[in-house]
Structure formats: C-alpha cells, structure tokens
Design a protein around this ligand. Sequence first.
Ligand code: NAD
Length: 296
Amino acid sequence: MSKIGFIGLGNMGGPMVKNLVEAGHSVAIYDIDDEATTRAVSYGGIAKSDAVGTIQNAETVITMLPAGEHVRSVYLENDNLIEHVNKHCLLIDCSTIDVSTAREVIALAKERDIEMIDAPVSGGVGGAEAATLTFMCGGTDSAFNKAQPLLQVMGKNIFHAGSAGSGQAAKVCNNLMLGIEMVAVSEGFVLADKLGLDKQKLWDIASTATSQCWAMTNYCPVPGPVPSSPANRDYKAGFTIAMMLKDLKLSQEAAKTNGAFTPLASLATDLYESFATNDKNEDLDFSSIIKLIENQ
Ligand code: NAD
C-alpha cells in the first residue's frame, strides 16, 4: 500500500481514485468543487482542505486537471506544489495539456531533484471506471518505472513514449487523428443516407473494409450499428465536443509552433468550434458533430 495525493476529482479523476482505493492505497484528495470531492470521499478518498494538504507524507502525487493553466496553477503558481513537495515524492500529471507546459513543469521539478512524468490518458470515463485506460508517458526511465505499478492499477496499456512531454505529444497526435476520423465517418453516413443506403448495411461493409477505424467500429455517430455508442443515448458524453475542441486547438498550436502542415485538422477544428458556439452542444459527446454535417 502506498500513500497517494490526488488532485482533480472530475469525470476521470473520481473513478481513478476509486480504483486506487480498491487496490488498497491510501488516497488523500482535493478538488475545488465540493460535489466532486464528496463523490470521491464516497469512494474512500480522504478529503483535504487544499492541494498542499494532499502531499503531506505522499509518496506519489497524481493530478487530473482540465488544462495547462490549471496544471500550472497547482504545480507552479497558486498551490506551488513543486516548492512544497518532499523530494522523494513522484509527480504524475495525467491531464491533457500542451506539450510546452508539460516540459516546463517537469524541468522545474527536475531543478529541485523531483521526478515527474506527463501521463495523459485515452479511453474516456468508461476506461477510467473499468481501469482499462491507456497511459502515454513522457519522462525518464527511472520516473516511468516508478510510476508503472500505480498506472497499472488504473489502466491496461501503459506506454513510455519518450522524454518529458512525449506523452502529451502522443496524445495530441492521437486526438488530431480521432477528431478528423469522426468527421469523416459522419460524412460517409450522411452521404449514405442521401443515397438511400441503409446505415447498418454501410456499417457492416465499411467496418470490415478499408475505411474501418475506431470512430466507426466502437463509437459510430449514428444510432443502431454500435449499441454502446453515445449516438444511442442522445449523444450524452462520453468525451465532449468541448474536450475534442480543446485537443484540436492544442494540435493546431503544436503544429504552428513546430511547422507541421495539418490542413484537415485545421478544418476539423473550425467545424467543432462552429458546432460548439451553441452552448448546449459543448457538453454533448463529440460524435454529435454528425448533426452539423447533417444540417448543412
Ligand atoms: P473534469 O472537468 O470533469 O474534471 C476536472 C476537475 O479538476 C474538476 O472537478 C475541477 O473542479 C478540478 N479542478 C480544476 N482546477 C482545480 C484546481 N486548481 N485544484 C483542484 N481541482 C481543480 O474533467 P475530466 O473529464 O475529468 O478530464 C480531466 C483531464 O482528462 C482533461 O485534461 C481531459 O482533457 C482529459 N481526458 C478526459 C477524457 C474524458 O473522456 N472525460 C478522456 C481522456 C482525457
């Protein structure tokens, strides 16, 4: 059993805490949102009154926060964990954030001889609940090896992508491809409908043909062919339009900074952004982008 501090108890962080507690770890928790904290307490987390409270005696601190600004606030600014944390404590940031913030925070931790990895995840809330997340990690071999046993409690596929920030690099490229794929699958199904082709027939054929991809086989944006996909429950998220837009924007920042040509991701970003301008759409699952395609 190890002592863990866990900060950020939202849709992902909450069930991750549950799995850590069920594996026998002692987990001190903090979130600025009382409701999220209450839920994680019901899973066996020990509530602390601030982020610094979670790091007392912690061997590992895990963060699962919305974006780079929150990670910066917790590690470097408001809570300044990097200054307060014990030098033997391993830091694991599982949030999806920009590569440069991840590299900066890990470099500042290193200046204080503190080991840290970026470890964003894929697999969604279902994966967090079922402890089947994929972790994409960036950092030294030593930090990765220390993190692995805990990551295995929360996930199934644990990858060491490379040096600091490489986990975020893998995540941003993955979600760039996923965002485009969901638009592509939506276009195919909308055209099929206009051509009078049955959606189940298209799925039966395309899911075993060359356009096969996760967005179609696991998360089909039309109701019917994949009963577990959000399309069958009015696009209740899942992974929201707002989150996909956040990740596509990260991909566009990264492409600009590093001189990569990403014309389809640029167009996909515009499409998700235009759909998200209606507040009600922001919280829908990202597969609801098919509604924008259908309604043009
Ligand atoms: P969420 O908004 O449900 O949870 C984030 C939590 O962080 C909230 O409870 C919020 O109150 C808390 N928080 C914000 N600032 C804080 C601070 N300064 N101190 C303490 N707590 C703070 O988000 P989520 O769905 O759990 O996602 C978390 C991260 O995981 C995001 O970076 C997201 O992109 C990524 N992610 C999400 C999914 C998904 O399907 N939801 C999938 C893969 C990756």
